[in-house]
Design a protein around this ligand. Structure first.
Ligand SMILES: [Mg+2]
Length: 393
């Protein structure tokens, strides 16, 4: 919450499964396109918020399996848990709001009377969320009867059915939409309300995100019927909500372009970096570009030429160095020499490099310290932590 001292230029609030993450795309092409765009252009002055139905346990599992960036804020368990930063500091104020008129034991008693409700795993049962699997064909009838029973017991609850399979019972004031409203109020109280907010989703539990006034919204191309139907009935005349023609994270990039919210060409979409110069020098952009070139070099996807290497050394990185976590520095020229021998060693392999948490600080008239986490995957994901000091010509 405190990373930025002023209003974020853009806040993206995105669901994860089948919105940010395409589980049908084993190479994570669209997610990596989004990552490069975010780190090159947005990380320094914008906020990334993940809003997921996942509990903390299975959210962390997903982060180990997929090349997800570190969000500034994580909203989990269908808007019932909010956490800040890398260390995921919980928002206790939000938990207290949710205690209002909520009694988990009564929910457990009443739901146990429905044999159609199959409890989800223990990790998914949370202080303010009780979760089940439920067949689509039985969903309408069960939801109606359960609502009546809980109302009779004096509880204010919200029942959300998603993906045609999952049913969550939450306090009335919970949910992805309410959690976002709470966050926006907090920002407003600090005088730091984001200039623009874009919400992104694919299923029923995301619908609430699209009801918040003055936010832009994208339902990704692969959105579930339940969300599209909700949109048709409730929001079809809202020009700030689109149904993208691209899947998952590529749909988010498409929405950034459609609403002209900022740069929308991912550095991953640039074939030849020599032709890619931006108007204002940005160290984050340069570092993202460098590692994309590094990935392509090792995959043997760029032409092997001494000239290219010379250009790389002489143009941007003449006096630069890499800073290891230990503090030791290694001249960038030396690293590029080493890189030369790695040409094509990952050819034909699923080798990917991405950066996370890129921050840049100007430490001299022509010197920048750029910090970032560099991740590599050759099937298994591993972290090589690096910073880099460089002095562009
Ligand atoms: Mg989803």
């Amino acid at each position: 919450m405190d990373r930025l001292s002023t209003s974020a230029s853009l806040m993206i609030v995105s669901d994860l499964d089948f919105t940010m993450v395409d589980h049908n795309d084993p190479e994570n092409v669209s997610l990596l396109r989004f990552n490069a765009l975010w780190e090159a252009y947005y990380r320094h002055d914008s906020l990334l918020v993940f809003s997921t139905g996942r509990s903390p346990t299975i959210y962390k599992q997903l982060r180990n399996e997929k090349p997800l960036l570190t969000p500034d804020i994580t909203i989990m368990s269908v808007g019932t848990e909010i956490a800040y930063g890398e260390s995921m500091v919980p928002d206790y104020g939000w938990e207290q709001c949710l205690n209002l008129n909520w009694d988990r034991d009564i929910v457990a008693q009443e739901t146990s009377k429905f044999p159609q409700l199959i409890p989800q795993s223990d990790t998914e049962q949370r202080p303010h969320k009780v979760s089940f699997f439920l067949e689509k064909t039985e969903s309408l009838e069960v939801i109606k009867a359960l609502s009546e029973r809980l109302e009779k017991r004096g509880l204010d609850v919200k029942i959300i059915y998603s993906n045609g399979t999952a049913l969550d019972v939450l306090p009335k004031g919970a949910g992805k939409g309410q959690a976002l409203v709470y966050l926006l109020k907090k920002f407003e109280a600090d005088g730091r309300i984001p200039l623009i907010t874009l919400v992104c989703g694919d299923s029923g539990n995301d619908a609430e995100l699209f009801t918040i006034p003055e936010v832009y919204g994208v339902m990704v191309n692969n959105a579930q019927e339940e969300l599209l139907q909700w949109h048709g009935e409730n929001a079809k005349n809202n020009p700030n909500i689109i149904h993208s023609s691209e899947r998952c994270a590529s749909g988010i990039i498409q929405a950034i372009g459609k609403f002209t919210l900022g740069p929308n060409v991912s550095p991953r979409d640039i074939g030849d970096f020599r032709k890619c110069r931006i108007d204002i020098f940005s160290p984050a952009h340069e570092v993202v570009k460098f590692y994309l070139f590094y990935e392509r070099w090792r995959r043997g996807e760029v032409e092997k030429s001494d000239q290219l290497m010379q250009n790389l050394k002489s143009s941007f990185y003449l006096f630069g160095s890499f800073v290891q976590p230990s503090g030791t520095e290694q001249p960038i020229n030396k690293c590029i020499d080493m890189m030369e021998s790695l040409y094509g060693d990952k050819q034909g392999k699923q080798y990917q490099v991405w950066l996370d948490r890129v921050t840049a600080a100007q430490i001299g008239s022509n010197a920048w310290l750029v910090k970032f986490d560099k991740w590599e995957s050759s099937g298994e994901i591993c972290l090589t932590l690096f910073g880099c000091l460089f002095c562009p010509l």
